[in-house]
Design a protein around this ligand. Structure first.
Ligand code: SAM
Length: 349
């Protein structure tokens, strides 16, 4: 059995991916994971033999998906790793823009070198795997594993004596090199690559641009949970900047603000006619509420059910204290059924 590697994605569904996939109907063969993030759900679905289409608006999440879901066979060899880590660090984009913002200047120079070297790898899939691993190393070196912490706080938490005195943890791993972390993780990522004999595809777009073009039996919706800590551009935009070597801009339709989110969900649900079954993850501390979501979903189907279970998200290293209820809304798209019947009816004539 293949194992999903350590991705450490905020809001991931790793612990409940099996439970979610257990709810999928047996006639479903294809799945569109429309907000795929770190791909924990897509990976489980790929393991179960579904044909998986992923999408996320962040570039780094596209690369994770390209490396672990679309990719059937490419892994990083010893020579590839040598290519990534050869040469001399230099003062490039990361040095100029992010020295003493997220990393020390010498570390930024190393990142500039590795970014340039990744371009030398001989396949796009290998590049994606290298980016996914580079993400892992950047996250390991970053206090709280996200890039919206200010430099004074970062420096303080990377001071091992201070950290030990204050938190009884040295967090020495923040000060290990990128190369050290890369080598620690590369086998796990390589071993996670497998072929499920399906034509899995990774997309990188605003979900609203794709819904008319992708068809699948199931659409899985795991948008940012509005009202919780959910600014994904803030968490991971820096990694997109590293990949693109320019400063990227925050994306729209981001499910961050509470005010417009009801309308955004309504717009989303109104565009799901290409999918027979809709699965939506949400929780009890977000907006819209469970009842509001049910109201919106009932506009499109009379066949809606919600199941729930406990699920605590790890935030800043601690388990959230209050019990969190995780909802899974399951919708049978009756319109989709009608369309199918119409097609059959025509065929019989
Ligand atoms: C809760 S996370 C998904 C977590 C994922 N299921 C996992 O297990 O790792 C939500 C994701 O939605 C993405 N996102 C937000 N707005 C989007 C949009 N308009 N189109 C596509 N993706 C979007 C974010 O980048 C983020 O990765």
């Amino acid at each position: 059995m293949f194992k999903y590697p350590k991705v450490n994605y905020i809001g991931n569904k790793e612990k409940i991916a099996k439970w979610i996939c257990d709810q999928f109907p047996s006639d479903a063969k294809t799945l569109f994971d429309a907000f795929s993030g770190g791909c924990s759900l897509s990976y489980e679905a790929k393991c179960r033999g579904l044909e998986v289409y992923t999408n996320d608006i962040l570039k780094i999440n596209y690369h994770i998906a390209n490396a672990l879901i679309q990719n059937n066979s490419d892994v990083l060899s010893k020579e590839d790793i040598e290519t990534i880590f050869s040469g001399n660090p230099f003062e490039g984009f990361m040095f100029k823009n992010y020295s003493e913002v997220f990393f020390f200047p010498e570390e930024c120079k190393e990142l500039d070198l590795y970014r340039k070297n990744i371009e030398k790898l001989d396949s796009e899939t290998k590049k994606s795997l290298a980016f996914a691993l580079m993400r892992r190393t950047m996250i390991r070196k970053m206090p709280y594993s996200r890039f919206n912490i200010n430099w004074d706080k970062i420096k303080q938490l990377r001071d091992e004596e201070y950290s030990y005195e204050k938190y009884k943890r040295k967090r020495a791993y923040h000060n290990k090199s990128f190369k050290y972390h890369f080598l620690q993780n590369v086998n796990e990522y390589n071993n996670a690559v497998f072929n499920n004999s399906k034509n899995n595809v990774a997309y990188n777009d605003d979900v609203f641009n794709l819904l008319d073009y992708i068809k699948a039996d199931i659409i899985y919706l795991d948008p940012p949970y509005t009202g919780t800590m959910n600014n994904y551009f803030g968490f991971y935009g820096l990694i997109d900047d590293f990949i693109e070597t320019f400063k990227t801009v925050p994306f729209e339709n981001n499910f961050v603000d509470r005010k417009p989110v009801g309308l955004l969900f309504d717009k989303l649900f109104s565009k799901l006619s290409n999918f027979k079954y809709w699965y939506l993850s949400y929780n009890n501390s977000s907006f819209p509420t469970k009842d509001e979501l049910l109201y919106l979903l009932n506009k499109y189907s009379n066949n809606v059910q919600v199941i729930e279970r406990k699920h605590n998200y790890k935030i800043t290293g601690k388990e959230k204290k209050e019990a969190n209820k995780e909802y899974l809304f399951i919708v049978k798209n009756e319109l989709y059924q009608e369309n199918i019947k119409e097609i059959y009816a025509t065929a019989e004539l």
